[in-house]
Design a protein around this ligand. Structure first.
Ligand code: PGA
Length: 251
């Protein structure tokens, strides 16, 4: 999977940018063995689905967060069922910006992922350590704890994707070394297999945090890295296409 997280960016005019991605998926990248997903702000989901999720469209659309309930008195929130109704097929939950800006706990994130499953959405569940935790050599402990707490028992290899995103690598241009990425992904894989058996062996684990055209190939070629969650570079079609091409070149 190559997924783009637009965060709080993008007005209607940004749909033009996605035309180029769609054209690449229908042309040179046709038949790519990857789910290519964009998570725009919720205001753009319907328009994107209408414009790009036609019969030959390989592009799928996701939300960036959802509430745990299907409906109710929760001003400003959006349910997984609403995302599904708008045409989304997935939702990101537990992004570090949600964990820090909104105080979201792993327990809440697991409930959100379960809500996504209830609505028939794929949940992209994010985990990752802060720089303080990394410097204190707590990376594997933190990721293990978040993973155990954030994945509901409804996860399987088709409806759940884990994204390892070191907080200090998000939007900074910094990335872990290939060896560090390999260590964390191997630990996540081992935990997924312990908990979900054969399905855990098949679950996709994405790397996210400053993935750019010039480092995408190296990062996605690491063992147990099954794609990327891309923030800033997903806003520019040229960069996002280059990252999808990098994926294609190694699979
Ligand atoms: P970035 O963001 O690629 O801009 O570092 C990644 C993310 O937060 O998902």
């Amino acid at each position: 999977m190559v997924a783009g997280n637009w965060k709080m960016n993008g007005l209607m005019a940004a749909l033009d940018e996605v035309c180029a991605v769609q054209a690449a998926l229908a042309g040179p990248l046709a038949g790519i063995a990857a789910d290519v997903m964009i998570a725009p702000p919720v205001t753009l989901i319907s328009a994107m689905v209408a414009k790009f999720c036609g019969e030959q469209g390989a592009l799928t659309i996701a939300g960036q967060d959802c509430h745990t309930a299907a409906s109710g008195a929760h001003t400003g929130d959006v349910s997984a069922e609403m995302l599904r109704d708008a045409g989304a097929s997935g939702v990101i939950v537990g992004h570090s910006e949600r964990r820090s800006d909104h105080g979201e706990t792993s327990r809440l994130i697991a409930a959100k992922a379960a809500a996504a499953h209830r609505a028939g959405l794929t949940a992209i569940i994010c985990v990752g350590e802060t720089i303080g935790e990394r410097n204190a050599k707590l990376t594997l402990n933190v990721v293990k704890r978040q993973l155990a707490g954030s994945l509901p028992s409804s996860c399987n290899s088709t409806n759940a994707v884990v994204a390892y995103e070191p907080v200090w690598a998000i939007g900074t241009g910094l990335t872990p070394t290939v060896d560090d990425v390999a260590d964390v992904h191997a630990s996540i894989r081992a935990d997924l297999v312990t908990r979900f058996g054969d399905d855990g062996a098949k679950m996709r684990i994405l790397y996210g945090g400053s993935v750019k055209p010039d480092n995408a190939r190296t990062l996605m070629a690491v063992a147990d890295v099954n794609g990327a969650l891309v923030g800033g570079a997903s806003l520019k079609a040229r960069d996002f296409i280059a990252i999808i091409e990098a994926y294609k070149s190694i699979r």
